[in-house]
Design a protein. Structure first.
Length: 479
């Protein structure tokens, strides 16, 4: 019997696995996708929120601020990109300036440091492309930006190195109570476990409702985004928010840690829990609303659009608790924004709950450090020459847009929880994330995957697992 089974390998589930792997305990992480970070966590604003928006006294408020404080030291420990660039909530109507003061007081009550109101003259000096209607803004210097893929993958890899077992392509189909714990039924057989942590994102209500008579309902809230080329990345220097409304923080404009410009999201409640399609109306809304806070956004530089889902639950707060009528089953549900920011603190909180309930002891050999995929672009000319001499694969450029080498792709494939699809390689190396959006490098990456992964042929390589094969029909027959 496994001690703890975590359902979901997004940022929350991976954070729990990483923190729990500090202890002498057996951990199994079940993920229905073909990779970690394949659900809600892969498509969001990539913001480390300061914490002024959540209602004081909620778990959202507490864990947001704690997670924000943890992000920078964690980025150094686990080697993922993070930048503390600050954020501005922009007011464009003088009659609504009082709302900025309300956010200021809420943020101070939540423990956010350094908050202040900036007037138009200072605002324009900070952000020359701020809209002509902007009259004031709330400045939060502790806000930042992060790579959501690399954060998620870093925590999962570190958990795996410390003994957590990850079972990918494994979907939970049922749960029943047994003596001492639960039997978790999956498409690959049954797992018996003492404790369950339900971190299944937009599907967390389905998992919860398998064991509890007190039902919950999660509504997928779709957010659509536009991503602009790196040539537009310096259009703003900090994250620019609208004044928040009842559906969230509104459309933002922000640089990314990789130098692009990101604009979005919309907020639309839908029924389809896999409904990550974009719409013409949604993308037009992104363009229209972003112009209220930032002018002259060069939309001719758009390289892609995408949509993500947030797991909205009507209580409008994170649900992190042992379920009253299902002992040894812990919910980590309703983790919508600021879930990415909060994830390190969520991991600490749930691991602490399990430690206390199970009487866990800390390991003496926990490995806290992790190195990500080597980036040759960060090396000096001499270091790069020596690297290529030692391993010529680092001299072979596969992705021209992002200048990603064969050596980086090989690293992504052969490291813990290595990539097995085009998207898996993309999230670990950025191969395919550039201006041509994998138009040039896909065949080369497919060849490398087929060569390096046992029992994987070119015909079997997928974009993102499942049925997303790239070679089908007549071409497959010819090959």
């Amino acid at each position: 019997m496994v001690d703890v089974t975590i359902i979901g390998a997004g940022v929350s589930g991976s954070a729990v696995a990483r923190e729990l792997s500090r202890y002498k305990v057996s951990i199994c992480v079940l993920e229905k996708g073909e990779d970690v970070c394949s659900g809600t966590s892969k498509a969001n604003s990539a913001i480390a929120h300061a914490g002024f928006d959540a209602r004081p006294g909620t778990l959202m408020a507490k864990l947001n601020v704690e997670g924000n404080r943890m992000m920078e030291p964690l980025s150094k420990e686990l080697d993922f990109p993070f930048q503390r660039i600050g954020s501005l909530v922009v007011c464009t109507d003088p009659e609504e300036k009082e709302k900025l003061n309300d956010l200021l007081e809420r943020g101070r009550e939540n423990g956010v440091e350094g908050l202040r109101i900036v007037e138009r003259e200072e605002l324009v000096s900070m952000e020359p492309n701020i809209s002509d209607e902007a009259c004031a803004a709330l400045y939060a210097p502790t806000a930042g930006i992060v790579c959501p893929f690399m954060l998620n993958i870093a925590m999962a890899e570190n958990a795996a190195v410390n003994g957590a077992e990850f079972r990918l392509n494994t979907e939970v189909t049922g749960i029943r109570k047994i003596e001492g714990g639960y039997a978790v039924e999956t498409n690959h057989g049954e797992i018996q476990t003492r404790y369950i942590v339900n971190a299944a994102g937009v599907h967390a209500d389905e998992i919860h409702n398998m064991v509890s008579a007190d039902k919950i309902h999660i509504i997928p809230r779709r957010g659509e985004y536009l991503l602009l080329d790196k040539s537009a990345g310096s259009h703003v220097h900090s994250t620019i928010f609208m004044l928040p409304g009842k559906m969230g923080k509104g459309v933002l404009v922000t640089p990314t840690v990789h130098g692009n410009l990101l604009v979005g999201p919309t907020a639309q409640n839908i029924e389809e829990k896999e409904g990550t399609n974009t719409t013409r109306g949604g993308l037009e809304e992104v363009r229209e609303k972003s112009a209220r806070t930032v002018k002259n956004i060069p939309y001719r530089e758009v390289i892609t659009s995408f949509a993500g889902l947030r797991a909205f639950e009507e209580r409008d707060d994170f649900i992190i608790e042992e379920v009253a009528d299902a002992p040894q089953f812990i919910d980590c549900a309703g983790i919508e924004s600021p879930g990415l920011t909060s994830s390190p603190a969520i991991g600490v909180m749930i691991a602490g709950m399990l430690r206390d309930k199970m009487g866990l002891e800390k390991k003496d050999d926990f490995i806290a450090q992790r190195k990500g995929v080597l980036d040759p672009k960060k090396l000096s000319r001499e270091e790069l020459r020596d690297l290529i001499k030692k391993n010529p694969a680092y001299g072979n450029i596969i992705c021209r847009c992002e200048m990603i080498t064969e050596g980086e792709i090989l690293d992504a494939i052969h490291r813990p929880l290595g990539a097995r699809s085009l998207d898996g390689v993309k999230r670990r190396t950025r191969a395919g994330m550039g201006r041509c959006q994998a138009g040039f490098c896909s065949p080369r990456v497919m060849e490398i995957l087929a060569r390096e992964v046992p029992d994987l042929t070119m015909m079997d390589v997928t974009k993102c697992g499942g049925d997303s094969k790239l070679i089908v029909g007549e071409l497959k027959d010819r090959l």
